[in-house]
Design a protein around this ligand. Sequence first.
Ligand SMILES: [Zn+2]
Length: 299
Amino acid sequence: MKHNFYAGLELDRVAERRSDTAWIESLLRDPTSRLIPVWRSRNLIVEGDMPEAVLLSTTEIQVSNGALFLGLSGSTAYFAADLSPLEETALPGLFTRGKFIDLRAVGAVMDRQHGALLAYARGLTHWHSRHGFCANCGAATVAAEGGHVRQCTNPACNSQHVPRTDPAVIMLVTHGDKAFLARNKRFPFPMYSTLAGFVEPGESLEETVAREVYEESGLRVTDVRYQSSQPWPFPCSIMLGFRARALGTEFRVDGEELIDAGWFDRAHLRATHDPDKFRTPRGDSIARRLIDEWIAEKP
Ligand SMILES: [Zn+2]
């Protein structure tokens, strides 16, 4: 099965060796190791027809708050580093190598491996930026295990925290030959997309799908089927893609979260529309894939 954008990274995470601090440090000193800088949630990219990630040498830049080990590709080690505390003027050189931009602006047209690598770096650095203090006792935490753990520094607490990813379901609801798409008020333009929502404690994924669809649209669904998943580090989710069948077609929109919705047939979704009036989701999103796969099922 084809990977979704930002998945399918060909990198050995070498989880079993992350606790070997001497080994990680030797990789950091190795001039062939590569460092992916992240600055204020943005990745360093050379723009163009095929945007490229800028990979630095680990010896090229001093990382004050620690480099995070991502994994190995062959014998080359990859690290990520969050340079957010630094001002632009403290990073001379870097701003001439490329531009720090939101990965989502270029993800759909860049090399898939580069996109996945940058997504991984962005997700991991974001988690560190929000977990400097122990959620259990409030003491400071420090990175451990190559950056895949944060250890509480209070000996009486000694909690370990691991990188967190929030599971969210995203689902294409169908009825006969039509699919239900809605316009969220947060969408910046007239984009119609699938429904989505976060998994709550004590729920199966199928239950989340049914609850979210009902909450947002009033539709009752059955036959909830898993399709594929996508890392979505914007800032820290994984999107779990489903298809679900509606029991009826009558829906409501609350006017708060959703401002419009409707049932669309394949012909409408295949047709070219005035982009100021109707758009489908961005090319790098699993929402788009869920829609495209459904369209492709029938001529
Ligand atoms: Zn603690």
